[in-house]
Design a protein around this ligand. Sequence first.
Ligand SMILES: NC(=O)c1ccc[n+]([C@@H]2O[C@H](COP(=O)([O-])OP(=O)(O)OC[C@H]3O[C@@H](n4cnc5c(N)ncnc54)[C@H](O)[C@@H]3O)[C@@H](O)[C@H]2O)c1
Ligand SMILES: O=C(O)CC[C@@H](O)C(=O)O
Length: 394
Amino acid sequence: MTYQIQTYNKIADAGLQLLDEQYKINESNEPDAILLRSHKLHDQPIPNSVQAIARAGAGTNNIPIDQCSEKGVVVFNTPGANANAVKELVISCLIASSRNLFRAVQWTHSLKGETDISEKVEANKKAFIGHEVAGKKLGVIGLGNIGSVVANDALALDMEVMAYDPFVSVDVAWTISRSVKRVHQLEELLSQCDFITIHVPLSPKTTGIIDAKAFKAMKKGIHFINFARGELVDHAALKEALQDGTVGKYITDFPSDDIFGMENVVATPHLGASTTESEENCAIMAARQLKNYLETGNIKNAVNLPNVSLPLTSPGRLTIMHRNIPNMLGQFSQLLAERNFNIADMLNRSRGEFAYTLIDIDNKLNDEEAADIMERLQKIEGVIRARHIANGWH
Ligand SMILES: NC(=O)c1ccc[n+]([C@@H]2O[C@H](COP(=O)([O-])OP(=O)(O)OC[C@H]3O[C@@H](n4cnc5c(N)ncnc54)[C@H](O)[C@@H]3O)[C@@H](O)[C@H]2O)c1
Ligand SMILES: O=C(O)CC[C@@H](O)C(=O)O
């Protein structure tokens, strides 16, 4: 079996190398799967051949998830794989902004060609006096893979840390120091912190969550760090908050035309995950998840379907993505019984309005039998996509 993979953006070789001789990269207009980073898929049709999309990264706002679910396309991301890279940059920006490093470096370079540089340096350095972060209060909005490690490491800088995340996962909660104070109202964090960093996914619910009301609640002169997504912040409200001094500095990884020229804005070119280590981690995780899904039907870290894991030992497996409605399993087993196929194992999991079923059968199907059973499965109301995976070991 050969799988066709379409890639977008630069995917680290460490990940691509995991896709062995069974895989062809960028050789077909009808790929089985897509592997990408920030490339926007919203503006292009997704070929019907695509069974899975893997995002080598955390944010999936560049992928039309609802459309994918309706087409039976599983969408993966790589949770945590780039968290350390983002954390290191956020911590460095926290300190750099507090010490006026960005402006200071720019000014120093402007001395090129002048005389008496050391005298000018000593005379003017007072313009860049900063503050230490120790003893200051950091607010972390979103305590996921990135927010949790930023919060823990800020404690090591002797900062007081406050965090807001109404949906924090149990797994992450276990890793967070008890010294991080959790608040249940965003306003409480906004009104008390000297520095705020945001680490929530961009979705219709979070677009513009930092709006005029949020800025109004903040302390005067606060430094706001946004390495999550630009659209989380209402830029018109940001402009006002910068002008009236509410925001002393806005440091963001998401430059856009409207923030250029705003005073006290520092923008980096979406560099959060741009380390060799992080790019490799993401590419490896994404390639493994894609391979596992294509070859066994098992799912790990999908954003639109549940995790499903069943060792593939029988001669054949049917994978069925379907709506989460009654009597689907009954119809599948009836169909198989009518054709005299014996079910060796079965697993069914649901997530929201979608569900996924693996059915392992004792029968080794020829191409005709496989096509026939696929056609019949697809005809069952509620079935979105069905696949037959022949186990190469039988
Ligand atoms: N700059 C970069 O290069 C870069 C790199 C990685 C991730 N990111 C961005 O950072 C985001 C976070 O990444 P992550 O790996 O920590 O994701 P994650 O999924 O591990 O964590 C996100 C957290 O946000 C929380 N959350 C959701 N809605 C919230 C809300 N309204 N208020 C407070 N908390 C809320 C969730 O409960 C979760 O704990 C990504 O979605 C992506 O957009 C940017
Ligand atoms: O691929 C990148 O460089 C950025 C990834 C980042 O935005 C993410 O959401 O993980």
